[in-house]
Structures are given as C-alpha cells and as structure tokens.
Design a protein around this ligand. Structure first.
Ligand code: ATP
Ligand code: MN
Length: 292
C-alpha cells in the first residue's frame, strides 16, 4: 500500500492540542494526521453517503456525547446537508464530499463516523451489507473468527463477496459489496435470513435475536445494520473508546494472527498501511454483485 502524499485542507483546526483520547495522548491534531494518512483508503466508504456522527466535544472522557444525524448550531460549512428523498419535510441529513469535509468532522470532535450502506447516487439501492458479530462474555476470539468465516461461506454460496474488519470494540463486521440493485427491504430480509440460518444450524453458538444477546457463550449475529437509515461504523473510522481503536479492514488469511477487535489503533494503523504489500479491501467495490 502506498498512501499518497497527505492531502491539503483549508479547514482551520482550532485548539489543535485539545485531547480527544487523553490517556493515549491523542489530540485533535493527531486525529487530523491520522485521517490524512488514511484518506485514500477511507474515502470510498464515506464520501457522498448519509452519515451519523458520534461527537464528543470534550474527548472520550468528557460528559458530552452526541449521536448526530442532523446539522447542529455552528456546524462547519464543509459538512454538507442533503435531503432524504423519503422525508421531504424532515430535517436534512449530513454528508461529506471531500477531504475538507473529513477535516471538518475532526474540527467538530467527531470521533466515530457511521455511514449508511448506500450513497446518495442510488439512495434506495444499498451497496453494502454489514453483518455485525457481537460475542457475548466468555466467547473466545477464535470463535468470533470462525463465525465470520461461516458468514463468508454463506455469502459466497449466494454468489456474494465477503470482507472482514475489526469493529474496534468487541467483534468483527463482515461486509459485502453489492451492485446497487435490490432495495432496502430485500437486503434487510436477506441479512435477517442469513442470521437466522446460522442460529438455526448452530444454536449453541449463535443468536439472531437481540433479546437473548446477553446470554453468555454465544455470538449475536446482528443483521439490523441493514435497514434504511441504519448505520455501521465506517472502515478506518476511529472509535470513541479507550485505546483509540480503529475499525480496521483485515485479510481473511491474517484473522488468526490478530489478537482481538481492538488490536488496531490510531497509533499503529498508519504504519501498517505503509508497510503492508496490499490493501486487504482493495477489490471491495470491484467484487460487488447484485443480490438476486
Ligand atoms: P462492538 O464491537 O462493540 O459491537 P459495533 O460498532 O459493532 O462495536 P456499537 O458501537 O455498539 O457496535 O454500535 C451499534 C450501532 O448503533 C452503530 O452501528 C451505530 O450506527 C448505532 N449507534 C451507535 N451509537 C449510537 C447512539 N448513541 N444512538 C443511536 N445509535 C447509535
Ligand atoms: Mn458489534
């Protein structure tokens, strides 16, 4: 991989020394440098997608935490607003179109970026499916990897591709690129049936209903990221959690070498991108197939 020269931005970072992750010493400036390094990688998963933003103006140890789907007072002009075609009298949604937009998110203390699984060009035809694997307590990491491989096999049996990333929290996200064809209802139904087939085939391992998600020893296969208006954290987004973790795309063949869902952090990702021979998600959009 070779991240191109850091992009330039006109966005002024006020108080660049403000600590966003105090224990890790990560400042607003540090977050801006991280996103400059990953910009070529993250851009396709962010640009021109409706976004939900987790804003923590005082950093992850502060008391203010806003999960924001709409504009706020004094919002930076590089963050765009776009009307949801289905909610013409509702508030507009948020989106960014370029690197200035991403720097405006940094300036605004956005520490997590959660896009919809579609772009504003084909709003009603999603281009991703995200299956979220949430391990209960006392589930081994190797079992989470096995579950992800199980999801992959089931997707491939349907002619769909599967990519995997750490959540930056507890689990893994298996993400499928779709050629935008099927609508939201069909995609969500498909994700639901996939989760149900897993819990039906291996009830001792998997759960597909949230009510039982707390039961120890099981992995909850959360398909609910796939409805219209639902979101999942973007690949390469930071997480507002201790350790400054990142939701990181990984290669299936290296999943066994990874210590856990929070193994990749703001501190180690840029170097990984510079030293790895190739981007594990390089073919993501090329691998898109329609859900038939
Ligand atoms: P983990 O590995 O910890 O499960 P995750 O990214 O899979 O990480 P969460 O961080 O729990 O899961 O996020 C759950 C989903 O709910 C996110 O995809 C996000 O779109 C949404 N979400 C997150 N925070 C909020 C919030 N404050 N209000 C509403 N929805 C939220
Ligand atoms: Mn999860």
């Amino acid at each position: 991989m070779s991240p191109s020269n850091p992009p330039k931005s006109d966005v002024v970072l006020t108080h660049p020394d403000r600590l966003y992750w105090p224990d890790e010493g990560v400042t607003k400036q540090g977050l801006a440098e991280y996103y400059a390094a990953v910009w070529p990688f993250i851009a396709p998963y962010l640009v021109n997608r409706p976004l939900a933003l987790l804003r923590l103006p005082d950093g992850i140890k502060g008391h203010q935490r806003f999960f924001q789907k709409h504009a706020w007072k004094g919002m930076n002009a590089h963050i765009g607003e776009i009307a949801d075609p289905e909610e013409t009298d509702g508030e507009e949604l948020l989106c960014i179109g370029d690197f200035d937009g991403l720097m405006a998110l940094v300036q605004s203390a956005v520490l997590e970026i959660h896009p919809w699984g579609t772009t504003t060009y084909h709003w009603e035809r999603p281009d991703t499916i995200t299956m979220d694997l949430d391990p209960g307590e006392d589930v081994a990491w190797s079992a989470v990897i096995s579950a992800a491989l199980d999801v992959k096999a089931r997707l491939e049996a349907r002619g769909l591709a599967a990519f995997v990333k750490t959540s930056g929290g507890k689990g893994l996200h298996v993400v499928t690129p779709l050629a935008p064809k099927a609508g939201w209802a069909a995609v969500k139904d498909f994700a639901h049936s996939l989760a149900e087939s897993m819990s039906a085939d291996a009830p001792e391992r998997y759960l597909s209903t949230a009510t039982k998600a707390k039961r120890g020893g099981h992995i909850y296969i959360d398909y609910l990221r796939n409805g219209r208006g639902n979101t999942a954290v973007a690949a390469y987004s930071t997480r507002a959690r201790p350790g400054a973790p990142v939701s990181m795309p990984i290669d299936w063949t290296e999943s066994n070498e990874i210590s856990g869902a929070a193994a990749f952090t703001l501190a180690n990702v840029p170097q990984r991108l510079e030293t790895r021979p190739s981007d594990p998600w390089r073919d993501f959009f090329d691998a898109a197939a329609p859900l038939e």
